[in-house]
Write a protein that binds this ligand. Sequence first.
Ligand SMILES: Nc1ncnc2c1ncn2[C@@H]1O[C@H](COP(=O)(O)OP(=O)(O)OP(=O)(O)O)[C@@H](O)[C@H]1O
Length: 455
Amino acid sequence: MLTLEAEPDRDARVFFDIDLCKTDFSGGAVVAISGGGDSTALLVLANDFFCTHWPDAKLVAVTVDHALRPASRDEALKVGAFCAGLGIAHHIQVWEGPKPQSGLLAAAREARYRLLADVARAEGVGMVLTGHTSDDQAETVTMRRERGVAMGGEERGLAGMAPATLFDGDVWIVRPLLGARREALRALLRERKIGWIEDPTNEDHAYERPRVRSAIDEKGFVSAMRAAGEAAHKRCDLDARTAALIGGHASRPVAGLIRLNPAFLAEQDRAAAIHALRLLLAAAGGLQMPPDTERTASLLDGLTEGTVRRATLARALVDARRDGVFLLREARGLPEPMRATDGLIWDGRYRIALQDGDGAVSIRAGGGEGFVAEALPPDVPESLARAALATGPIAIPSGKNVALVPLVAPFARFLPGFDLESAGALAELAGASPVPQPPMPPVPPFVPGKDIGRP
Ligand SMILES: Nc1ncnc2c1ncn2[C@@H]1O[C@H](COP(=O)(O)OP(=O)(O)OP(=O)(O)O)[C@@H](O)[C@H]1O
């Protein structure tokens, strides 16, 4: 349980849950430090913790310069000087290139994680620590409540930020301070006479978060944290039931074709069946965002009652036959032929891996060469197998230096720790790499309302 009173093992307790699992810590971590109070406290605590428990592990600090404000470069340099004082290596990663006119915050966030993960990989460490606090969590949950719960229009979004999220399939974003109060962290810095940078946008009421921040009182905080804790537990429970349904009913007769047993339609656990169908549709269609719950529920009803035989949703074609329900990428809107580059994501469903740099390889839709119909199980229609294969990628020229690695579309970029089991079931189904072990448990390490780390 996390309380930040003055006590000698405070640092160890902040990292208690990670310490329990120990996974990957031997390889060290990147600390994402903006120079704000929370991430400065994070760096100080991580440094204490590493010195005591992991003296040989690497600790590297990274500041992303978004190049959106004139002062950002100087701020990053100041953070560098602070890190040098602690004897910690520091990198500045600049977000280069043109910035989008709309959706700037989301694009900046995506770029930030990409740049942080780049350093983690280059340094050979498997996790990036961020300074999100319980106050950030309460704000996130309050915003989602006010917006009528984003993320698919149901309760899952109220779980807020996961303690650990897998980014791009290989780097864990870990939030060790999710149980800590912002004020308590600042008190710690004041006690140690360490300053921090106040970001003016944190006070700018033109943005939603600062507005919500100033409106949340203690009662609102406790209510949001309680809602988050309950939603996280429910979400993990739904995740496990969903994974069981996918594992029990879905198969992949050929690449790109998902078959659901007819028994799936008779499933009693309606919430898990709807959620499984949402994830399977997104996986088949190559979309990060699954279709919404309502539309998926009415598709499931139509399939169960036999009133829907063929439909498209979320770029996926749904074809119901006597022997099962088949899902595949619809043939419309496939990517145009393109030159392959290492790491390129193709149609949200495949990552292109080039062994010898970016050679003259092109990628286009039209897989299925050498397909032998006789190898198909008898209950799988040949026409659907051919159609599914034709929506897959082929590399020209094909060869040893290019690999087409299947991805689990809805979780390829961000996989929150709440959804690990269903992601694992989808990965197995798609023949994708297994999901690596998380460094900490998927649910928050505290029960909100009981002990919430008051300053
Ligand atoms: N420019 C950045 N460079 C590195 N890490 C960042 C940057 N911006 C945010 N982060 C990471 O993401 C976390 C949450 O970001 P958020 O925008 O809520 O924080 P902040 O207001 O910039 O600063 P802080 O959380 O340090 O008070 C930070 O604690 C930090 O770990």
